[in-house]
Design a protein around this ligand. Structure first.
Ligand SMILES: Cc1cc2nc3c(=O)[nH]c(=O)nc-3n(C[C@H](O)[C@H](O)[C@H](O)COP(=O)(O)O)c2cc1C
Length: 386
């Protein structure tokens, strides 16, 4: 295990996944928030806290006999409390079950699948069907195979299926996971490859109607290691992150729904896609970029830890043709940045393939410094100028 992870473990009392190690907490004791997070209660608390605050705001109006105003606040408080109780009854305690949607495969091409993928933070009770379980195994086997043609580096990444209620945040009712393992010693190439391989798995599962959620900082590593048992060897392995898999529920705790909205916004393409040098927005309305816009949107839609969106694409053209696409990330991150970059490569190659352009990736041995505090890890070269 890396020293970064050990430090995190000691500092917080509950280890974050390696992807979370970029965001270390230095709280000396296990804190209440962390306990609430991993106990699975924090998602439900805000509705009741808001109800309490609204009641407190209504009270002064009550005392000065402005009853209509007081009742507006009381009514809102009742609505929030009712929502909190509903979430507890239906989602946490499953006191009764309400109709849930059946999984629907995505009709369309790779671009439609990339557009349709979203982090799922509330899962249905029933496990994956036999066919879907077999699909998960097949996708993992294919994308992490030693001879996987798309692999950026060979043999460094494993993904282990685990059926156990791992302690994760803020997803609720996730009971099936892929635990993504890399080498025990820090290995940037393996982290990038984990991003590529597992995003390829995620997209294949999305296409079949299976919901997923990448979880790095939100995974309690101790529960992950316990669930892995002897499939985890700390002298050989490092948990990079987990991916929750299952069927998406229609019912989400209010707070989780709000978080989803808040963390779904994307930076504009001008801030992500550069022309020749970092910082110079690519002219996306001009040749050759105009026709490649769906691929730019595909990388813009890629998931990233805390929606950090740390990856950038620096393009070069020649005679109105794309000659090279350089994938860069913010300097200094050892996990979430390289992993997000790997995820971009998966979205990019699928989108470009859908647009009729294939190419090959070249992984740099060491990240190459660029302007604006970026480092370049991977180049994509089209087989034919795109
Ligand atoms: C490496 C990685 C780690 C992530 N960790 C978490 C996590 O711990 N908890 C969580 O709910 N979401 C996590 N996410 C999901 C992001 O928050 C999500 O991708 C982002 O907010 C964008 O939303 P979208 O995936 O719905 O497009 C992670 C994503 C990545 C790629």
């Amino acid at each position: 295990m890396s020293s970064e992870l050990v430090t995190t473990a000691l500092a917080t009392g509950a280890k974050a996944g390696a992807a979370g190690a970029d965001r270390k907490s230095h709280t000396p004791l296990p804190n209440i928030k962390e306990w609430l997070q991993f106990s699975g209660w924090l998602q439900y608390l805000p509705s009741f806290v808001i109800a309490g605050i609204l009641t407190l705001i209504g009270l002064p109006f009550h005392f000065i006999a402005l009853m209509p105003i007081a009742w507006v606040f009381y009514a809102l408080a009742i609505l929030f409390a009712a929502r909190g109780l509903f979430d507890l009854a239906v989602i946490k305690f499953r006191l009764f079950s309400l109709p849930e949607p059946a999984p629907v495969p995505i009709a369309g091409d790779a671009l439609d699948v990339i557009r349709a993928r979203r982090s799922c933070r509330s899962f249905q009770a029933h496990p994956l069907s036999k066919d879907h379980r077999a699909l998960v195994d097949a996708c993992v086997a294919h994308h992490t195979a030693l001879d996987c043609a798309e692999a950026l580096t060979q043999g460094e990444v494993r993904a282990v299926y685990v059926a156990a209620p791992l302690r994760v945040w803020p997803s609720v009712n996730a009971r099936e996971f892929l635990v993504v393992l890399g080498p025990a010693d820090d290995d940037r190439a393996a982290v990038i490859e984990a991003g590529r391989a597992m995003q390829s798995v995620v997209l294949d599962l999305t296409a079949a109607g299976i919901a997923t959620c990448w979880i790095g900082p939100g995974a309690d590593q101790r529960s992950v290691e316990d669930a892995l048992g002897d499939r985890f060897d700390p002298t050989r392995d490092q948990v990079l992150c987990v991916i929750a898999i299952g069927y998406a529920s229609r019912y989400w705790p209010l707070m989780t729904r709000v978080m989803k909205r808040a963390m779904a916004k994307r930076k504009p393409l001008n801030d992500l896609i550069y022309d020749e040098v970092p910082g110079l927005p690519a002219p996306l309305t001009k040749k050759p970029y105009k026709h490649l816009k769906p691929a730019f949107k595909a990388v813009q839609k890629a998931p990233s830890s805390y929606n950090g969106q740390t990856t950038r694409l620096i393009l070069s053209r020649e005679d109105d043709r794309l000659r090279i696409a350089r994938f860069a990330t913010e300097e200094g991150s050892r996990y979430s940045g390289p992993m997000a970059l790997g995820i971009w490569t998966a979205n990019w190659s699928r989108a470009m393939h859908a647009l009729g352009h294939d190419g090959r990736f070249v992984l740099k041995k060491n990240p190459q410094p660029m302007a604006l505090g970026l480092v370049r890890d991977v180049d994509w070269l089209p087989n034919k100028p795109a």
